[in-house]
Design a protein around this ligand. Structure first.
Ligand code: SF4
Ligand code: SF4
Length: 368
């Protein structure tokens, strides 16, 4: 694969979307909906959030407008890639009572229709690698996830405007895109420096017959991404907090955070790496059929740790501790790294503004 870097003028971005659609992809891209930037079906580049900036802080997410033509001058919205691969709710199988009294079971697989997502960030590609490790690389492969993952095309955009809640530079996951994209764009005022990350990305860029990026454009793109890393003010104390957190299991800070935490589960819903789920039956009222449904769950719910007559984690203190110690500590045992990619979503979307970087720092300093 050659490593040529192209330049995609802003006025030709629609051609990239058209080329993906011509290859059979349903295109998804960032758009403004109800005061947030979310991923939605994209028919045209005009739907992208031009001139939209996002201010994020603990417990706060606000859109702001400016006169810029930039379409990706924001860090991230509440969604990552997670809902497109690990569905928030889906039927895994059906059961139906037969005329002879027997029961017939039938699996229901996702169709795995090809999807192209435009505007994916480096932290979300790192999270995708972690979800792949969980759903595809363990003893059992999740067939529903695998079908969708097979047909995913990813157009990444390196962040130029990190939020105050971002800390991907500290976790080593961004803002530069180093893995997982088919095409990576860096947005400049008049267009995008574009490089491919896969053969099909190279084929698509070649088909657009773009000019080569010049040295000044490449330098500007690199400087912009470096500046986005340098602008981040939050960080975790270390990329491996396993020992420090395990040494702090009885620290009074857990009571302190529990007095603020609502056990609402927002942090786990927006986290791009959280994979906990519950399964339940949804029977028809006539009792002749049922659907077996999988839904996102959270370690903050009472039911998630319910086992044969008792709840393992009965209060917010033990649930928050489970979330943080697993995410930043014992993920290392399971997947060889922390479960946090530094996207900052759990900080911005926590209704009471709990900041895991602050909690981790308080606990680990105490434990070390
Ligand atoms: S723990 Fe928070 S900052 Fe880390 S990946 Fe999850 S949502 Fe993002
Ligand atoms: S940390 Fe925040 S978002 Fe997470 S459960 Fe507690 S209150 Fe909800």
């Amino acid at each position: 694969m050659s490593t040529m870097t192209s330049f995609l003028p802003r006025g030709r971005l629609w051609q990239l979307i058209d080329a993906l659609r011509a290859r059979g992809f349903r295109c998804i891209g960032p758009q403004v909906r109800e005061g947030a930037i979310v991923y939605a079906d994209l028919a045209d580049a005009d739907q992208l959030p031009a001139g939209v900036l996002v201010e994020q802080a603990p417990g706060a997410y606000r859109l702001r407008r400016d006169a810029s033509a930039r379409q990706f001058a924001w860090a991230n919205g509440p969604q990552a890639l997670k809902p497109f691969l690990f569905a928030p709710r889906e039927t895994l199988w059906h059961a139906r009572r037969e005329a002879d009294g027997g029961i017939a079971f039938a699996e229901q697989f996702s169709d795995g229709a090809p999807i192209a997502v435009i505007g994916v960030r480096a932290c979300d590609l790192a999270a995708l690698a972690l979800q792949d490790a969980h759903f595809l690389e363990q003893q059992y492969v999740d067939a529903w996830y695998a079908a969708r993952r097979r047909n995913l095309f990813l157009v990444a955009v390196e962040c130029s405007h990190p939020a105050a809640t971002c800390f991907c530079a500290s976790t080593g996951d961004g803002p530069q895109v180093r893995q997982g994209s088919d095409i990576t764009l860096v947005e400049l005022e008049d267009g995008f420096v574009a490089r491919h990350g896969s053969e099909r990305g190279a084929e698509l860029l070649a088909a657009l017959q773009l000019p080569q990026a010049d040295a000044a454009q490449e330098e500007q793109a690199q400087a912009q991404t470096d500046a986005a890393a340098a602008a981040q003010t939050r960080s975790l104390p270390s990329r491996n907090l396993r020992e420090g957190l395990l040494a702090s299991l009885d620290h009074p800070r857990w009571d302190d955070v529990a007095s603020r935490c609502l056990s609402c589960g927002n942090c786990t819903a927006v986290c791009p790496t959280c994979f906990c789920h519950a399964q339940r039956e949804a029977p028809r009222l006539d009792g002749d059929a049922t659907e077996h449904v999988r839904e996102w769950d959270s370690c903050f719910t009472r039911g998630h740790s319910y086992l044969h007559g008792f709840t393992v984690r009965p209060d917010t203190r033990t649930r928050y501790r489970q979330w943080l110690v697993h995410k930043l500590g014992t993920w290392h045992d399971q997947y060889g790294r922390s479960g946090c990619v530094g996207c900052g979503r759990c900080i911005a979307w926590c209704p009471v503004g709990i900041d895991l970087t602050e909690e981790a720092a308080a606990l680990v300093e105490a434990g070390e």
